[in-house]
Write a protein that binds this ligand. Structure first.
Ligand SMILES: Nc1ncnc2c1ncn2[C@@H]1O[C@H](COP(=O)(O)OP(=O)(O)OP(=O)(O)O)[C@@H](O)[C@H]1O
Ligand SMILES: [Mg+2]
Length: 378
């Protein structure tokens, strides 16, 4: 039986724990607060701030896991680099966790591999940001090099917006580097997540592309398969293969691309299941969590089949604790619809609390209708 230390216990971690436990693993779920979703289904749990070096080291030393599985970006990844050298296995690799926590580092890797990205540059002051934005041309997207879920991210339409964008980025950044990436705004037709699976033995596998829509830096709904031209799909697969091969290790990656009329552009990637990939809980024979579990355990993945499916998020509207849910009966009375309530102990505006899933014809509309029926009440 493999012992897994899961770093991050949100809704993605919860589904991963269920998948891993079905394959006989023992899971210790970690996060900064008690009662986190994955802790509710894990064998053991451990509460500490994963950005702090000492408790992270102590947890690894105490549990002696066979596999350390990061679920989030906000981890003291230097500790992972260190313990990997001592012989612990980090999924997919400590380097992948470290590079993807820093937008500039993973972007530099992609460019080094000849992967097509949006035009971009870095800035460490408002003045530098203005200069770089003028080189790239407005509008530009500005993101802190360390942040996630759209925190500190904004679009500057002209020089007049630059100071506000800089201040917003500084307020939303994590870590101690005051550095942003400034990027050409891509007028994409759609954007996709390409779930990419690196196996311990055997070739790299791809799921059907997942289309999604983002608001305030968080995904609102996603669907699979997203239709796209075969040569664009091939281009995306090639880029995903290159970048994930460079990062190494085994596991599932969520690789994000923008698709324009003329080309496919690499955006970023997560070396772990992706939130937009929750659709696979209903659209695939093996969900992204099942695939991650199989890949890291070295188990075979002989078939990934996909049929039309969609997911839509259910958000909280205000701060509170011990939320309850209404509308479940209405949502579930629709055939082909399912719901996952994450069981988060507290709410805040826009916090993701549940997801509605639908399969079959018109899945996207039906998932969104189901999500709209569910209310988070306090
Ligand atoms: N250069 C760009 N041009 C147009 N839209 C962009 C650009 N960069 C980002 N976006 C939009 O903002 C969204 C979030 O950006 P990105 O994925 O880089 O940030 P993130 O904070 O890592 O988000 P998440 O953690 O939710 O994936 C993208 O999915 C896309 O919709
Ligand atoms: Mg993203």
């Amino acid at each position: 039986m493999k012992k897994i230390l899961l770093l991050g216990s949100g809704e993605l971690g919860k589904e991963f724990v269920i998948s891993a436990k079905r394959l006989g693993c023992h899971v210790i779920a970690c996060d900064s607060y008690a009662g986190a979703p994955a802790m509710q289904v894990a064998d053991e749990f451990c509460v500490f701030n994963m950005l702090d070096e000492a408790p992270l080291r102590a947890a690894i030393a105490h549990y002696q896991p066979d596999l350390i599985v990061p679920e989030i970006e906000a981890i003291r990844t230097e500790v992972l680099l260190h313990v990997e050298k001592e012989g612990f296995e980090v999924i997919p690799s400590a380097r992948a966790a470290n590079l993807t926590m820093n937008r500039d580092r993973i972007r530099d890797v992609a460019v080094g591999l000849g992967v097509r990205t949006a035009q971009f540059n870095y800035a460490e002051s408002a003045a530098e940001l203005l200069a770089q934005a003028q080189v790239i041309g407005f509008p530009v997207v500005i993101k802190p090099v360390m942040s996630s879920s759209g925190k500190g991210q904004s679009v500057a339409k002209s020089a007049a917006d630059i100071q506000a964008s800089w201040d917003f980025a500084c307020a939303g950044m994590r870590g101690d580097r005051q550095k942003v990436i400034v990027e050409e705004f891509i007028h994409f037709e759609f954007e996709i997540t390409l779930l990419t699976i690196r196996q311990r033995k055997g070739q790299t596998l791809f799921c059907e592309p997942i289309g999604h829509v983002q608001e305030r830096g968080d995904y609102q709904y996603s669907w699979q398969p997203q239709a796209m031209k075969l040569d664009y799909l091939k281009a995306a697969q090639d880029m995903a293969q290159k970048v994930t091969a460079d990062l190494g290790g085994a596991g599932l990656f969520g690789v994000e691309f923008f698709v324009t009329k003329d080309e496919v552009i690499f955006s970023e990637l997560s070396p772990r299941p992706h939130d937009t990939g929750m659709v696979t809980l209903i659209s695939q024979n093996l969900s992204e969590f099942d695939l991650h579990a199989r890949a890291i355990l070295g188990l075979p993945i002989p078939l990934i089949s996909c049929s039309e499916g969609a997911s839509a998020v259910v958000l909280a509207t205000q701060d509170g604790i011990a939320p309850r849910y209404t509308g479940l009966e209405a949502a579930l009375s629709e055939p082909g619809v399912d719901v996952r309530i994450f069981g988060k102990p507290s709410t805040r505006p826009y916090r993701r609390m549940a997801v509605a899933l639908a399969q079959g014809a018109n899945a996207l509309q039906r998932a969104r209708d189901a999500a709209a029926k569910i209310r988070v009440i306090l």
